[in-house]
Design a protein around this ligand. Structure first.
Ligand SMILES: *Cc1c(COP(=O)(O)O)cnc(C)c1O
Length: 492
């Protein structure tokens, strides 16, 4: 008989010393709250030093190590080298900050650890509740459907899958896209996020089916060009199925004319999807809401809660007006997932009917806790605060002779560069790349970059509830100082 068969030698992953783990757990919570409270005192970013990278090239750990020792490794080898997005001067890409309460909510979800796929469990009620709140906030009818997902990339993919199946004109689930049917076409502005193209590729439509419509000087889709593009495809025998409007482009925060797009889609029988990963959250603020008017008419909307709602990674949301079309795209119930009138298999909400995933985490809990605790009005004020900060920064850049703004700043994104008289765009591009890297490497601030009309831009995207006016003042001052420093070093 082997040891594993002796009942009193059976093992588990529970601690032998619960009190010891309790002490360690309390210390972890204390340490993390201290870490978040003092985040402003540290550099925005520091990478793992090259001479420490061996720490993550270790052999497979076959034997145990005390949890206290592993936690110590976390404190010394992992904690200091974060991306930096909890810091008040992190404005890279479009990345949310998270919050102390959000951390605790995520911990509780990990503690109860349900599989939130469906069945008769409270997680389904919580997600239904959260989705009902979000529908209301976005002006969607209560009978519309939705799902919490990993982020806007996934939300875009799911929405476009529903759009494709609903508007293809044949049964895509059964036949697939292998026949000689008309070519399905999707339209979006040239500024559309890359996740839309990935979705179109994954859905078997091919990247060439995503028609990128030119934008005007304000980086919004040119509606006349859209009309022309659709007419041209129709004349060629193709089948236009969907227009993606963007609420908040990732480059400049531009919002397409959603009202105009909604009208056009209605006229032409096209599915109207809005990628509002961050910009859609403008609906929360009464003063910003008119800027995204038309979003409430969309057939589907994708947005994130981990960006401009500052919730812990990861959580995004897709809303779909037509529940039948949504369910019709994903629902598939084998015997082993059959639903019952009572008991554990009686569903209160079946996420697997609305997306491709089965097992999934209890994302709704942190959302429910945070929305209840702070209330939508607090989020509305934070979104407004970030927009006001962007407007202030834009004006501040405009007043600074050494800086030049490179795009309108209609929402929460400001693009600018350092300039010097007589320098070519090419030299300025190289100089500004170096200014940006020095800002990051010296831990001063963490904007990232983009290129607008061939010009390198330092790009500041504000989805940060910790930023203050003084942080933007510092960014302006340091950008000028670093540019001057490079000129003094003889850069030309
Ligand atoms: C961030 C972003 C996405 C992708 O969202 P993820 O949450 O990163 O998957 C899509 N569209 C826009 C406009 C974005 O800003």
């Amino acid at each position: 008989m082997t040891h594993a068969q002796e009942p009193d030698l059976e093992i588990s992953l529970d601690p032998q010393d619960w009190e010891g783990l309790r002490r360690l757990g309390h210390r972890m919570v204390d340490d993390m709250l201290d870490y978040l409270r003092t985040v402003r005192d540290r550099p925005v970013w520091q990478p793992l030093p090259d001479d420490l990278s061996h720490l993550f090239d270790q052999p497979l750990p076959l034997d145990p190590e005390p949890a206290e020792a592993v936690y110590e490794r976390f404190r010394t080898d992992i904690l200091p080298y974060q991306l930096g997005n909890t810091h008040p001067r992190f404005w890279g890409w479009v990345i949310g900050t998270g919050s102390p309460l959000g951390m605790l909510g995520a911990m509780l979800a990990a503690g109860v650890n349900p599989n939130a796929w469906g069945g008769n469990q409270v997680a389904g009620h919580v997600e239904r509740q959260v989705l009902a709140w979000l529908k209301e906030a976005f002006g969607f009818p209560p009978e519309s459907s939705g799902l919490l997902v990993s982020g806007a990339s996934m939300a875009n993919l799911l929405a476009l899958a529903v759009a494709r199946n609903d508007r293809a004109g044949f049964d895509v689930r059964d036949r697939g896209l292998q026949g000689s049917d008309p070519q399905l076409r999707v339209y979006a502005s040239a500024e559309v996020h890359s996740s839309a193209q990935k979705a179109v590729e994954l859905l078997g439509l091919g990247a060439r089916s995503l028609r990128k419509i030119p934008v005007g000087a304000d980086f919004r889709m040119d509606l006349a060009a859209l009309r022309g593009g659709v007419d041209q495809d129709l004349a060629a025998g193709d089948r236009p199925i969907c227009v993606i409007g963007t609420a908040g482009t990732v480059n400049t925060g531009a919002v397409d004319d959603l009202d105009g797009l909604a009208r056009f889609c209605r006229e032409r029988g096209l599915w109207f999807h809005v990628d509002g990963a961050f910009g859609a959250l403008a609906v929360l603020s009464p003063t910003l809401r008119p800027g995204v008017k038309g979003i409430e008419q969309a057939d589907s909307v994708a947005f994130d809660l981990h960006k401009w709602m500052y919730m812990p990674y990861d959580v995004g949301c897709v809303l779909v007006r037509d529940e039948t079309a949504h369910r019709g795209t994903f629902s598939l119930t084998p015997h082993y997932l059959a639903q019952a009138a009572r008991g554990l298999a009686h569903p209160v909400f079946s996420p697997s009917d609305y997306g491709p995933e089965l097992s999934r985490s209890f994302r709704a809990l942190k959302v429910w806790m945070l929305l209840r605790t702070f209330g939508f009005s607090h989020y509305a004020r934070l979104v407004q605060q970030n927009v006001d900060q962007a407007a202030w920064l834009a004006q501040r850049v405009d007043r600074e002779p050494r800086l030049e703004r490179l795009a309108p700043a209609p929402l929460n994104i400001v693009c600018f560069r350092f300039t010097a008289p007589g320098m070519s765009d090419e030299s300025l591009n190289a100089l500004n790349q170096e200014v940006l890297i020095r800002l990051q490497e010296r831990g001063i601030a963490a904007p990232t970059q983009t290129t607008l009309h061939g010009r390198f831009a330092i790009r500041v995207a504000i989805t940060n509830h910790r930023s203050r006016r003084e942080d933007f003042e510092l960014l302006v001052r340091e950008s000028v100082r670093l540019g001057d420093e490079m000129l003094a070093e003889g850069f030309a």
